[in-house]
Ligand binder design. Sequence first.
Ligand SMILES: C[S@@+](CC[C@H](N)C(=O)[O-])C[C@H]1O[C@@H](n2cnc3c(N)ncnc32)[C@H](O)[C@@H]1O
Length: 254
Amino acid sequence: MNRAARIRAPRRNHDADWNAWPVDDYLAENYRSLHPCDIGVIHHHSAFYRRFEPGSVARSLEFGAGPNLYPLMLAAGASRRIDALEPSTASVRYLRDQLDRGPDDSWQAFYTLCRELDPRLPATPAEALARVRVVPGDADHLLPGSYDLASMNFVAESVTEDFAEVATLCAAFAGSVRPGGHLVAAFMERMPSYRIGTGPRWPACPVDASALRSVFAPLTEELRITRVAKDHTLPEYGDTGVLLLTARRPAPHT
Ligand SMILES: C[S@@+](CC[C@H](N)C(=O)[O-])C[C@H]1O[C@@H](n2cnc3c(N)ncnc32)[C@H](O)[C@@H]1O
C-alpha cells in the first residue's frame, strides 16, 4: 500500500448513518441530568433570547435539533414558531414522541433553569414545546433567508471531519436567516471524531475560536464568541470546552 492510500480521507457528513444515531445512549451521556456545560450554554442562550420581546420572533430554526430539548425550550421565550430541522429518523421519532406525550421528567431540571432565567417562559415545558414543529431534513433542505432567527448546537463541527464542510454547514445555518436576522450557536471546542457509548465513531472536526471567527466574520456582523470551560462530568470526548456564538446577518444598506 502506498503512503497516499494509507492516509485516510476525512469522513464527510454523508458518510455517517445519521438514522442510526444512538438516541438513548446520547441522552444518557449528555442530557439525563443538568451538567455544568449545559448550565453555561443555557445562561448564554437565555441572555440572547431575553433581548427579544416575547412572541416578537415569527419563525425560528433549530438546525440539527437531535434529541436535545433545551434549545427548543429557550427559543419559546421569543419565538411564535420553532422549526426543529433534523435528518435522523431516530431523533425525529424521539422529538415527535416528546411533543406528543410530553417531555421526559429528566427535562424538568433544564426547564426550571430556563424559566428561572427567563420568567416569561410558559409555566410548563410542554407549553413551551407546543410552538415546535419537527421538520425532517438536513442542511440541504433549507430555504435561504426563511427564518428570523436560527440556533445551532453541536452540529457543524460534530457531523464531518472536513473543515471545508464545517464552513459550508455554518454558511447554510447563517444563510437560513433573513438579512438582519439573528444567530445563536454552541460548538464543541477542538473535539475530534467521537464515540457515544461503545458504538461507532462519529465524524467531527476540531475547531477553535479563531477557526469559527474565520468562517463567520465574512458572513455576519456583531459577531461575539465566548467559551465555557471543559466539562469533566461528561464522557471524555476529547474536547477542550464549549464555544458560544451570537451574530447577525447583515441588514441591507438603506
Ligand atoms: C452531535 S448531534 C447534536 C444534536 C443536538 N443539536 C444537541 O444539541 O445535542 C449532531 C446532530 O446533527 C444532525 N445532522 C447531521 N448531519 C446534518 C446535516 N447535514 N444538516 C443538519 N443536521 C445534521 C444529526 O442528526 C444530529 O442530530
